[in-house]
Design a protein around this ligand. Structure first.
Ligand code: SF4
Ligand code: SF4
Length: 408
C-alpha cells in the first residue's frame, strides 16, 4: 500500500512503525473472512481492511470523525485478522497507534468519558474492584439484568497454596481482576506445578499488567502500570532465581510478552522489559514442556469438556493447540467446537462498551461450544470465563482448575 503520512507523525517512532505496517497491506481482504465484527455487521469499515484504511487516512492528515472512532471502537482487538493475513500485517500494533491518534483528535460524549474513566480507575485496582464486587453482590437483586449478569453470585474458594520447597521456581502474576473473581486459578496452577517439581511464587503488591488502561484510551497510564509491575517483579527476577514468568490469564500474557516492544524507547525499562517478555510463558506452554513429569501421575477420567481458546492466546500469542494437547494427554474427552477462531465477545472491557455486539458474539460462541454436548466449558482467560459464564448454565472454568481437580 502506498502511503504519505502527514508531517505531524511521519518522523516519529509511531509514524515510522505505522508506515511500515501499512506498506505491507496489499488490500487482498483475506482478513475480512475471519473478522467477527465484519461477519456480524457486513460493513467494510467494521472489518480489518476498512479499519486499516480509516487509520491510514487519519495518519495522512485527513479529518478524523466520530465515525472513524466508532469503527475502531467496534474492533475487538481479537487479532484474528493478524493470524489470517498472508502478508504479516501487524494489525494490533497499528490499532494501538490509530486509537491513540483518534483519542487525541476527537471528543467523546460526556457519558462515554465518565464510563471509561471509571473503568480505568476501578478495574486495575485489585482491592477497589474486590470492594465494588462485594457491593455489587449485595445489590444484585436490584440491578438491571444486563448489569446483574456481570456480577457472579459467589467466588469459589482458592484452596491451599503449596509452600515453596523446590529449587526450580517460577513467578505468577497476582493480577487485578482475577484474584477477586477467581482466586483459585493461580492456586490450582501452583499445586499442579508443585507436583511437577516447580514452586510458583507471587510478588507481593504486583498488580495490573497494564492491559486494561492501555487498551481503553489511557496508554500513558497503562505504560505506568507496566513499569510498576516490572519494579515489583525485578528483585525476584534479578536475585530470586526465577526461571520463568507464568501467565494464567492469556489477556495479561499477551501484553507482558509485548513489554519489550511497548517499552523499547524507555532507556530505564527497555532492558528489563525485554528480559521479562522473553521469560513469559502461558501456563499451557509450561505444562506442555513439562508433561513427562506429569504423565505418570494417576489421572481420573471425567466427563466431556469443550475448550474455548481465547483470542489473546491463539491470535495474540500465537499459541495454538497447546492447551488442547495438554488436556487430551490428561484424559479429558474434548468435544468439537466449530469456528473456534472467533472471539466470544469479552475482549477486555468490550462487553461493557459494546454490549449488543458482545452479546451476539457470546450467544454464537456458546451455541458453538454447546454443539458437542459438553458437561463443562474450559478456557484460559478470566475475561472470557466470566463473560461466558454469565450467559450459560453450564459450568465455565479455567482448564488448569479442571486439570488440578483430576490430578488430586
Ligand atoms: S489480509 Fe493482510 S494484506 Fe490482506 S487486506 Fe487484510 S491486512 Fe491487508
Ligand atoms: S482485531 Fe478482530 S475485530 Fe478487529 S479488525 Fe481484526 S479480526 Fe476484526
Amino acid at each position: 500500500m502506498q502511503t504519505a503520512l502527514a508531517d505531524f507523525i511521519r518522523d516519529t517512532p509511531e509514524g515510522r512503525e505505522a508506515d511500515a505496517i501499512l506498506r505491507k497491506c496489499v488490500h487482498c481482504g483475506f482478513c475480512t473472512a475471519t473478522c467477527p465484527t465484519y461477519l456480524l455487521l457486513g460493513d467494510e469499515n467494521d472489518g480489518p481492511r476498512g479499519r486499516i484504511y480509516l487509520m491510514k487516512q487519519a495518519l495522512e492528515g485527513q479529518e478524523i470523525t466520530d465515525k472513524t472512532r466508532l469503527h475502531l471502537d467496534r474492533c475487538l482487538t481479537c487479532r484474528a485478522c493478524e493470524t489470517t493475513c498472508p502478508s504479516g500485517v501487524q494489525y494490533g500494533r497499528l490499532l494501538d497507534i490509530g486509537r491513540k491518534l483518534v483519542e487525541e483528535k476527537t471528543a467523546r460524549p460526556a457519558w462515554e468519558r465518565v464510563k471509561r474513566r471509571a473503568l480505568a480507575a476501578v478495574l486495575p485496582r485489585r482491592f477497589l474492584f474486590a470492594a465494588l464486587l462485594a457491593l455489587g453482590r449485595l445489590a444484585r437483586p436490584f440491578l438491571p439484568e444486563r448489569l446483574a449478569e456481570k456480577v457472579p453470585a459467589s467466588t469459589p474458594a482458592a484452596g491451599a497454596w503449596p509452600a515453596p520447597r523446590h529449587a526450580r521456581k517460577m513467578l505468577a502474576l497476582a493480577g487485578c481482576v482475577q484474584p477477586a473473581l477467581s482466586p483459585g486459578i493461580n492456586a490450582a496452577a501452583a499445586r499442579v506445578l508443585d507436583r511437577i517439581g516447580i514452586s510458583l511464587l507471587e510478588a507481593k503488591g504486583a498488580g495490573c499488567c497494564g492491559a486494561l488502561r492501555f487498551h481503553i484510551g489511557y496508554q500513558k497510564e497503562g505504560l505506568a502500570d507496566m513499569r510498576a509491575l516490572i519494579d515489583r517483579w525485578w528483585p525476584m527476577i534479578e536475585r530470586g532465581g526465577v526461571e520463568a514468568i507464568v501467565m494464567t490469564a492469556s489477556g495479561c500474557g499477551v501484553v507482558v510478552k509485548e513489554y519489550a516492544h511497548l517499552l523499547r524507547h524507555d532507556p530505564a525499562y527497555a532492558g528489563k522489559a525485554e528480559k521479562i517478555s522473553a521469560m513469559t510463558r502461558d501456563i499451557s506452554e509450561v505444562i506442555d514442556a513439562e508433561h513427562a513429569r506429569l504423565e505418570p501421575l494417576p489421572v481420573k477420567k471425567g466427563g466431556r469438556s469443550a475448550f474455548h481458546p481465547p483470542c489473546t492466546l491463539q491470535h495474540g500469542q500465537n499459541v495454538k493447540g497447546v492447551t488442547e494437547r495438554v488436556l487430551a494427554r490428561a484424559g479429558f474427552e474434548m468435544t468439537p467446537v466449530p469456528d473456534s477462531h472467533l472471539c466470544c465477545g469479552s475482549a477486555g472491557t468490550y462487553s461493557i462498551q459494546q454490549p449488543e455486539l458482545s452479546g451476539q458474539l457470546r450467544r454464537n460462541k456458546l451455541s458453538a461450544l454447546a454443539s458437542g454436548a459438553p458437561e463443562e466449558i474450559l478456557s484460559a482467560n478470566i475475561g472470557c470465563l466470566a463473560h461466558l459464564q454469565s450467559g450459560t448454565g453450564l459450568p465455565v472454568r479455567h482448564w488448569i482448575v479442571a486439570l488440578e481437580e483430576r490430578l488430586s
